[in-house]
Design a protein around this ligand. Structure first.
Ligand code: SF4
Ligand code: SF4
Length: 347
């Protein structure tokens, strides 16, 4: 399909149009914290301040706390009710390419063997409208993971900022259907496409932080037992869990039942491998020391996930660097992994 364009001033009208058919979510500020919130009309002011959200869009698909189902207890035992309904049709506007990729990474886990009905239903019913990232943070390193900040690979519709307009490209059938329903878009010209290409190149060049993501796997495997290294790189971590809660590809969760008299519900809530109490298992937490827990975070992303799914479970979004209270930096850890040869000689 030929590219289209929409005027920046018409974005609010477009969101209003879509709101008649979809639950629309957009970047929003909640007491200064950038999160996702339901579009409530008004102007699309977020286009001016939005770089990326603190809370990633995984929270829309895999909420921090969700009721899985209710149940009742009587003389015959327990009776399980239906899960609470989710949005039938909903749309996320403005998702960044790194976070769209993260949703695809999470899907690998949520459909591996057991088909998680909650996550998969939200993915099936959801439409992703991507917004190319033209002002990446200093902490971003998506290009080292093979993701461009204007990558359209994991969205249904992609918008690229070209000044007074956005270039609009339908990537999937869902995206084509969305475009067919609005009169606010018009055909893009060759000059618009050239401007979009310039914007894409400039955005890619602004991602200056680099890591050797491909070399990490072998080094992590070789250095798994290098206690000195892991103790050194985890020394300042305070096990707060922020880097896992806000990571768009982390999915550890806990399950708990709440029962009041004979009426109860089962809840799923985010958990973190950074916590000493996590993975207590029947006997003990196998990662009692902090260095083992931080090693788990890094190896899970760059060694275990590639072993299981042939995909690195990090998108280089940089949240764990920007938001860590003690400036722990995964790219520094990856860059300081001892070379394999060196480890062999030391043994
Ligand atoms: S955010 Fe920083 S301090 Fe908190 S668990 Fe992660 S690395 Fe440790
Ligand atoms: S590990 Fe850090 S950079 Fe990678 S996806 Fe998670 S939060 Fe983003």
């Amino acid at each position: 399909m030929t590219a289209k364009k929409i005027a920046r001033r018409d974005i609010a009208d477009l969101l209003n149009e879509w709101s008649r058919e979809f639950g629309v979510f957009v970047p929003s500020r909640d007491e200064g914290v950038a999160k996702w919130a339901r579009w409530g009309g008004g102007d699309a002011g977020f286009l001016e301040w939005y770089r990326n959200t603190v809370v990633p869009p995984k929270a829309l698909f895999f909420p921090p706390l969700e009721e899985m189902f209710s149940f009742q207890k009587d003389g015959d035992g327990y009776h399980v009710g239906q899960p609470p309904p989710t949005e039938d049709r909903w749309l996320v506007f403005g998702i960044r390419p790194c976070d769209a990729r993260a949703l695809a990474v999470l899907a690998l886990t949520f459909k591996d063997g057991y088909q998680d009905p909650y996550y998969l239903a939200r993915r099936k019913n959801g439409v992703l409208v991507g917004l190319g990232c033209t002002r990446p943070y200093e902490s971003c390193f998506c290009t080292s993971l093979g993701i461009s900040p204007t990558d359209a690979a994991n969205v249904d519709l992609m918008l690229t900022d070209i000044g007074d307009d956005f270039l609009v490209e339908a990537v999937t059938d869902k995206g084509k259907e969305l475009l067919s329903k609005t009169s606010l878009v018009q055909a893009a010209t060759g000059a618009d496409e050239a401007r979009a290409e310039e914007a894409r190149e400039a955005a890619g060049a602004r991602v200056t932080r680099k890591v050797d993501s491909q070399g990490a796997h072998e080094k992590l495997r070789a250095g798994f037992e290098d206690k000195d290294f892991w103790e050194r790189v985890s020394a300042k971590c305070i096990s707060c869990g922020i880097c896992t809660f806000l990571c768009p590809t982390c999915y550890c969760f806990d399950i708990s039942d709440e029962l009041v008299k004979k009426q109860g519900a089962r809840f799923r809530s985010w958990d973190s491998c950074a916590f000493p109490l996590y993975t207590k298992m029947p006997v003990e937490n196998p990662r009692r020391e902090k260095w083992r827990r931080l090693r788990q975070k890094v190896c899970h992303k760059y060694e275990f996930y590639p072993d299981s799914f042939d995909v690195i479970a990090c998108t280089g979004c940089g949240r764990c660097i920007r938001l860590c209270p003690v400036n722990w930096d995964i790219t520094r850890v990856l860059s300081s992994l001892p070379a394999q040869e060196q480890l062999r000689l030391e043994r």
